[in-house]
Ligand binder design. Sequence first.
Ligand code: GLY
Length: 403
Amino acid sequence: MNQIIKLTLVLACMISLFSCSSSKTSSKGIIEDNIEFACQQIGLEIDMMNAKGEILNPRTINKDGSTRYNTPELWTSGFFPGSLWYLYKLTGDKKWKVEAEKITETLDTVQYLTWHHDVGFMVYCSYGNGYKLTNNPAYKKVIIQAAKSLSTRFRPNIGAIQSWNVQRGWQAKRGWQCPVIIDNMMNLELLFEASKLSGDKSFRDIAIKHAETTLENHFRPDNSCYHVIDYDTITGQVRNKVTAQGYSDESAWSRGQGWAMYGYTLCYRETKDIKFLKKAEAIAEYLFNHPRMPKDLVPYWDFDCPKIPNTPRDASAAAVIASALYEMSTFCPQKSETYKTLADKIMNSLASEAYRAKLGENNNFLLKHSVGSIPHNSEIDVPLNYADYYFLEALVRKRDLER
Ligand code: GLY
């Protein structure tokens, strides 16, 4: 009898060891497979630059098939260096640090940029990630100076940071006074970081006030959000609730919902104020109960586009949402499993042939099928460097969670 019990126990142990190791292998599989792919694919881009002797900063593919590169003042200039920092973090290989430093440092002048709000994206993704990995004191100075520049756009009577200037370009045609876009939630990370690095509490105060004003004015009762809120510069009151990149003023532009969910998650991380986490969770409820959320969880570019399903998906929105969900899973013990499972499902989709490029194709970008702005007829169903950046960030977060 004893022998039978022993045998049964040994067999049970073997079965459980086997199933444990096979589930670990499959999850390790997707992480390692994508790290390897990203190193090879981005490596091709770096090899090409080094062969040319140029430092370039890819953003997307032009209509003629050529690569469109960033100049430093574009909102997308921080993402490619940010991706290189993530490769350094994921592999520990110094080669990526060298390349990341080269491209990061081409953005030196961005710290003084005051004519749009995206300095948060630009400096936090590049210098911010670089500082976390190297403690380079020069990077710390850039982060603090960039926070000062971004703070010049804070309008105290409105309680928000102005996103765009309205004197020229397409914005001038919209009749806005002080447009604040939901994307701006992402710039707050730079402000929180700069407060910690400098001890200057004003950056953090601005970030919190901006998040609170946005909470009050940007959301609809169903927890979807508007893209643009235009404020009166004198009274501070809301003038209009509209869109720039969505299908219509009342529609739910997918990447905007992603920015909102990610933005409130980071606000909770930095403040531990529960109202911010509740908003992030409410946005997740909205997204994942939406009847037009596709089965693979890669949204169409706008949830309310009447052409669904005959309209492009936006892989960049999916990558932002996946990255946010991984972080949310660490804050919500009751929903931790749910959020992680959803994020994993998105990552499986993005890493599949449907969205991930083949090695050496897609002008060396990682993901296909993102949308810049359909109303501007710009960057439609193309790779975008921010889709790649948030995909890699999500991979980092997934790996950290599973370790
Ligand atoms: N921040 C601009 C965009 O999401 O397209």
